[in-house]
Design a protein around this ligand. Structure first.
Ligand SMILES: [Zn+2]
Length: 225
């Protein structure tokens, strides 16, 4: 019997590659969390389509109400605009959702404990990302200590196979694995076609360009990246 693993799958390009890796090595189960983000319907659609494409049958779609209730992020608060990407500087951008990944990981670890899975995959990326503090390696080391101390057998491990990769390397790896990029959604602000100018779109477009590949999803406009 194949080992089990849980993968957090938002529906974006990084989590899609992460899910392809998890499904390659394990009998994977995928969890998707809607949290009142602007593009939640589109992301959920991507999640389901990616699961179909990767043959992931065990799926958990859950709703987290806290982020919409507290606001404080451009992704969940309609009063804070999603900025166009200008600089990937030192400041944490307004698209940061406060301590979000801890909530997502908690859901993944809880489910892993029920399923008897020993790994929880998350497609966090440190470099070439928006500079969110919950994408840093030190955060995952610390989180794993919490998981060891707070689960029945203490054997579940959160794994971050993409964390040290450059974004164009992730694009290339995904192409090698046959990851269904055409089904993914990364845009922070639009659901019909990707905006092409938010941080997430700009990073993604740059990644595909540097990988020498075409991004298969439609864009409303192309930022000069
Ligand atoms: Zn966008």
């Amino acid at each position: 019997m194949r080992s089990r693993a849980v993968v957090l799958l938002s529906g974006g390009m990084d989590s899609c590659v992460c899910a392809a890796l998890a499904a390659h090595d394990h009998d994977a189960a995928a969890v998707h969390i809607s949290y009142g983000q602007r593009t939640e319907e589109r992301e959920r659609k991507s999640f389901l389509a990616i699961c179909d494409a990767l043959g992931i049958h065990d799926r958990l779609v859950i709703r987290n109400e806290i982020f919409r209730a507290i606001g404080g992020s451009a992704l969940t608060d309609p009063n804070i605009a999603v900025p166009e990407s200008h600089t990937l500087g030192r400041q944490i951008p307004v698209t940061y959702v406060p301590f979000r990944n801890a909530h997502f990981l908690a859901a993944g670890v809880s489910w892993a404990e029920v399923l008897g899975a020993e790994k929880v995959y998350i497609g966090a990326v440190e470099q070439d990302s928006s500079g969110y503090p919950d994408c840093r390696p030190a955060y995952y080391e610390a989180y794993n200590n919490v998981v060891r101390a707070g689960t029945k057998e203490g054997r579940i491990q959160v794994v971050t196979p993409l964390i040290a990769m450059r974004k164009h390397e992730i694009a290339r790896l995904g192409l090698e694995l046959g990851a269904p990029f055409h089904l993914t959604w990364s845009c922070y602000s639009r659901e019909d076609s990707a905006c092409g100018v938010c941080d997430s779109c700009v990073l993604r477009l740059r990644a595909f360009r540097e990988a020498g590949a075409d991004d298969p999803i439609p864009y409303a406009e192309m930022a000069r990246v």
